[in-house]
Every structure is written in C-alpha cells, then in structure tokens.
Write a protein that binds this ligand. Structure first.
Ligand code: GDP
Length: 181
C-alpha cells in the first residue's frame, strides 16, 4: 500500500465468526468510526488498514474481513494461513454464534502455520440489557471469558454500534501479535 513506507511491516489480522455477528460493522467502527444500521452483506472490500500506537510504536494492521465467505471454508482457511492474529467475533444476543466459536477456533488453528493469537470478541454488548429484559437468551460474559481461557485466547465484549472496547480489543491483540513476531 503506497500510503505507507514499504519498509513498514503490516501485521495481518483476520476477522472470523458467523454471518451477522458484526464483522463488517466492527471494521467500519475501527477504521472509519462509523456505524450503519443496515449493512449490506458484502461491500467487496478485501481489507482495511489501520495504524495504531502499540507500546509506543507505530503499528500498521491490515485487517481482512471474511464477509460472505463463511460458508466457503477453503477460502476462510487460506486467510487464516497467512494471519498474524485473529479477531473471532460472536453476537452476545445469539447463542448459536457463540456455540460456533469452537469450530472457528479449530479452523483457525488447523489452517495456521503455528498457534496464532486470537482475540475472542462478544459483540453487540449494547443490546444485552434490553435483550435480557425481554427474556431473550444471551451469552453471559463469564461464558465468553471461560471459553477464551480454555483456548488461551484473549477476550472482551464490544459494541460496534456505540464503539465501546473496539479499539481496545484490537490494541490488545496487536500487542500480543507484536510480542510473537
Ligand atoms: P457481519 O456479517 O458479521 O459482517 O455482520 P454485519 O456487520 O453486517 O452486522 C450484521 C447486523 O448487525 C447489521 O444490521 C449491523 O448493523 C448489526 N450490528 C453489528 N454490530 C452491532 C453492534 O455492536 N450493536 C448492534 N446493536 N448492532 C450491530
């Protein structure tokens, strides 16, 4: 990318997780600080760049969205193979998306050359309170924490809508990725 000096290494971060958990929205919040209520399934964008200061050093991230390719495992695997880190999202108001996290972790670890850092993200945290009040089945935070711990992954809850924890989640992952590089 000509925007950046060619000597600068960009770490590859791949977003994973079931359809509609908020991967595109998460990226849009991170890179454009925007949220759109109704995102179309695929915007045709392969990746976005984001520069963060991690431990005092300029760190360039190339963030890949697997939007629309969830069902094509071979494609997803080819993304994971080249990843330096993975953001694995589920929707805290959708139990199925949380149950599928195990499969995503397995797929990532199968495809990757070595163990790569994973940040497990419970997204749509802004909906939790209302969903619970309405008696909807949600994913308690400690379930997420426990699963992440089992996989030696990082964990946090975010909202692409109000922006809470989005940058923090990426920073935390970037720090871990840099440590291993
Ligand atoms: P993707 O298929 O994983 O890329 O998911 P999208 O980013 O397309 O999001 C699916 C739907 O959930 C869209 O209608 C988004 O507006 C909505 N959404 C995504 N993130 C959030 C969030 O943090 N809070 C709320 N309330 N809605 C969200």
């Amino acid at each position: 990318n000509h925007q950046y000096p060619s000597s600068e290494k960009a770490y590859r971060i791949v977003l994973a997780g079931d359809a509609a958990v908020g991967k595109s929205s998460f990226l849009m919040r991170l890179c454009k600080n925007e949220f759109r209520g109704n995102t179309s399934a695929t915007l045709g964008v392969d990746f976005q760049m984001k520069t963060l200061i991690v431990d005092g050093e300029r760190t360039v991230l190339q963030l890949w969205d697997t939007a629309g390719q969830e069902r094509f495992q071979s494609i997803a695997k080819s993304y994971f193979r080249k990843a330096d880190g993975v953001l694995l999202l589920y929707d805290v108001t959708c139990e199925k998306s949380f149950l599928d996290v195990r499969e995503w972790v397995d797929m990532v670890q199968d495809a990757a050359r070595e163990t790569i850092p994973i940040m497990m993200v419970g997204n749509k945290a802004d909906l939790l309170e209302t969903a619970l009040a309405e008696g909807q089945k949600c994913v308690p935070k400690h379930f997420g924490e426990k699963l992440a711990m089992n996989y030696n992954a990082l964990f946090c809850e975010t909202s692409a809508k109000d922006g809470s924890n989005v940058v923090e989640a990426v920073l935390h992952l970037a720090r871990e990725v840099r440590k291993r590089a």
